[in-house]
Design a protein around this ligand. Sequence first.
Ligand code: GLU
Length: 420
Amino acid sequence: MSSKVNPFEIAQHQLDDAAKILGLSPAMHAFLREPMRELHFTIPVQMDDGSYQTFQGFRVQYNDARGPAKGGIRFHPDETIDTVRALSAWMTWKTAVVDIPLGGGKGGVVCDPHSLSQTELERLSRGYMRRVAYFIGAEKDVPAPDVYTTPQIMTWMLDEYETIMGRHVPGVITGKPVPMFGSLGRGDATARGGLYTVREAAKVLGCDLMGAPVAVQGFGNVGGWAARLGYDMGMKIVAVSDVSGGLHNPNGLNIPAISAHAERHPKKLIEGYREDGATAITNNELLELPVLVLVPAALENVITAENADRIKGKIIAELANGPTTPEADEILFKKGAYVIPDFLCNAGGVTVSYFEQVQNAYNFYWPLEEVQARLEEKMTTAFRAVHEMADLHKTHNRLAAYLVSVKRVADAVATRGWVK
Ligand code: GLU
């Protein structure tokens, strides 16, 4: 991520454009521009060698007019309060675009999880929960996994929360492993949901996805699954990458073999994988490949005014949060690229998180087919609402998605009588 671009300023700028078209009152606009609540704290952790380190943590509840705040917790060395603010704003628009009864929140810890042992990671995760336990809750604010946080981390956090509260509250956190009351289908939900929107985009553009060249940036939980599911659907995945670099094979990569390699790698990376016909490329080169579908599935601000003109993907499926800057959006729109904006494209994760909460509340669990059918219905309905809005206003899909979501949130805020 470029240090020059502040993601929260981008999120505010995107809202400003929507507020103008929707004709929001200045008071409503001002209210929606800022998070409702923030918690900043320190987490002291004893390291394996007996020494102590203090980590910085955040939890932001951006808006809860439509329901409890909802959103993941990131463990990342570059985490800042402004990144968490931006991500919590995007969660607010994300839950609104798929029309689930939740608001938006996000959390983060400034740390490098790859340099921590499992026991240090556990102590950090439990320490995080000790700080936020009384700030969050199944009916207040519900965390989940995000960059570098896992179902195991969710379990440690749940266990800490339940120990503090002295009762079982499985719905306080989602993205849990299935035996710990997670939902079937949550693991690949973000990627699967995104691929439903890619399928819908291909339909409106009249493109065939069978054998179509696809490049995926990021090979973590989201990008790795996107490559795997895309491959299974018959797409030709010509490039993948992660922090260790990228691989390119114009004839299509062997994705199951790459997944198996990353699974065995101590840091879950594609580093060291070799295959006939595949050459090394950088993360930046991957973005500029001649593909039908480009899937940025890593971090923020990778498509900027500097490289947008060289992007050749016809469909840009933003599985990452905030991969494209506003200047790049305009360039891509003028070039005729079809961007499926982040908070629509990657809403599958939070949608199945919501299903997980529903199942936790009823203490009754659905079969995988039911989860996937409901996910498909939510994603395709949201896609159509955004596509129709873009057609109506002759604008790009990101602004259209904002128009759909901001209106829903503003209506809830106004109906509650907070701001008119
Ligand atoms: N971290 C994911 C996101 O950005 C999922 C959030 C959730 O499940 O609450 O959408």
